[in-house]
Design a protein around this ligand. Structure first.
Ligand SMILES: *Cc1c(COP(=O)(O)O)cnc(C)c1O
Length: 355
């Protein structure tokens, strides 16, 4: 196998998705999914025919949702395909570099590794904000910058004026890609309106999180027409299955968007509940602010807490191996019952500790 496989693939560490880690329990709070199923009827039609390259109806629906025109949108197989497509379209292997700010979503570095593109990591500061000086010092040769806003797994927004500052200062031949996977939880903070001003701005979106359609595999790239045109050249001929387009179109109906907005409010309420309940736990060192559907918590003994939660059927996400996140666990916000369950199980740990 070693002789068969290029060395950058042979040594590749694949993304450790919640599904690949594969823990089983009662309550799943490990993949930032919506706890509510998005009930969409599936209309059977035309399965004997190849799908449209890009469903015009879906483009129109997402254009309405974002306030953009269809020409500024590309539909992809999840945000992950958008992230990959940008590397494939714009990076010369072994020549161009991509930059990201750890700890962040792992697919930026993994995708770069797959395509043999060099990575530059400028870790975020201890206040979880951007190291602007470090970024500007290392910008030479960087083709793509991946900025996850709000950031996963820290849950915070980067300062808006820092992002604008970057857009003003980086070379016009460097693309700033803002991953807005969680933006629906605070949609007013989106950078969509800046697409008109900055030609090197790209935004990546998904229906996997707030829209509760992780299984559908549908995402979007938003940018100016020239960039969308290049991406269209590289994208597979029939990238989105007809049932996927049809269900995505349904999910963007007015009535369903209202349903999603109600779910978002429920998530925000449940998050508030968790903050209030967990604030006084003595096994917790710090609960970080969150603008998303998950919270990052620093424990005094995260390994023991994680193990205790798994034993009691609650699956959360260990982030303690990441730089700057020692003893940190990430917990997705579930239904109110799941939140109560989490607090109850954690208070058993808390109780044991105090004996
Ligand atoms: C979940 C997630 C994605 C992946 O979204 P898909 O549309 O399911 O591929 C991308 N970026 C971030 C930051 C995420 O958390």
């Amino acid at each position: 196998m070693k002789k068969l496989t290029p060395s950058h693939i042979f040594t590749l560490k694949p993304y450790q998705s919640a599904r690949r880690i594969g823990l089983h329990g009662r309550v799943y709070l490990n993949a930032n999914e919506s706890p509510w199923e998005n009930i969409i009827q599936y209309r059977h039609s035309n399965l004997n025919r190849y799908p449209e390259f890009q469903s015009r109806e879906l483009l129109k629906k997402y254009a309405d949702y974002t306030g953009l025109s269809s020409k500024h949108i590309l539909i992809t197989r999840g945000a992950d395909e958008g992230i990959e497509l940008l590397v494939r379209s714009f990076c010369n292997p072994n020549v161009d570099k991509i930059m990201f700010f750890s700890p962040t979503y792992d697919m930026y570095s993994i995708t770069a590794n797959i395509f043999n593109v060099q990575t530059i990591d400028i870790p975020i500061l201890s206040n979880f904000q951007l190291d602007i000086n470090g970024i500007m010092k290392n910008i030479h040769g960087v083709k793509l910058i991946y900025l996850c806003n709000p950031n996963n797994p820290t849950g915070n927004f980067f300062l808006r004026h820092d992002i604008i500052y970057l857009l003003e200062l980086i070379p016009k031949t460097t693309l700033l890609i803002i991953d807005e996977a969680y933006i629906d939880f605070s949609i007013k903070e989106s950078f969509v309106s800046k697409l008109y001003k900055y030609n090197n701005l790209v935004i990546v979106r998904t229906l996997s999180k707030a829209f509760g359609l992780a299984a559908l595999r549908c995402g979007f790239v938003l940018s100016n027409i020239n960039i969308i045109n290049i991406l269209q050249k590289v994208l597979a001929p029939y990238p989105i299955a007809t049932p996927v387009s049809n269900m995505a179109i349904h999910s963007l109906n007015k009535k369903n968007i209202q349903f999603i907005q109600k779910n978002i409010l429920k998530i925000l309420k449940n998050k508030k509940f968790l903050f209030k309940k967990l604030k006084h736990f003595s096994c917790i060192e710090k609960i970080f602010d969150s603008q998303t559907n998950f919270i990052l918590i620093k424990f005094f003994q995260s390994k023991q807490v994680f193990h205790h939660m798994v034993l009691n059927g609650i699956i959360i996400r260990d982030q303690s191996h990441k730089p700057g996140l020692q003893n940190c666990l990430r917990i997705s916000i579930g239904t109110m019952n799941e939140c109560i369950d989490l607090v109850t199980v954690l208070s058993i740990f808390e109780g044991k500790k105090n004996i």
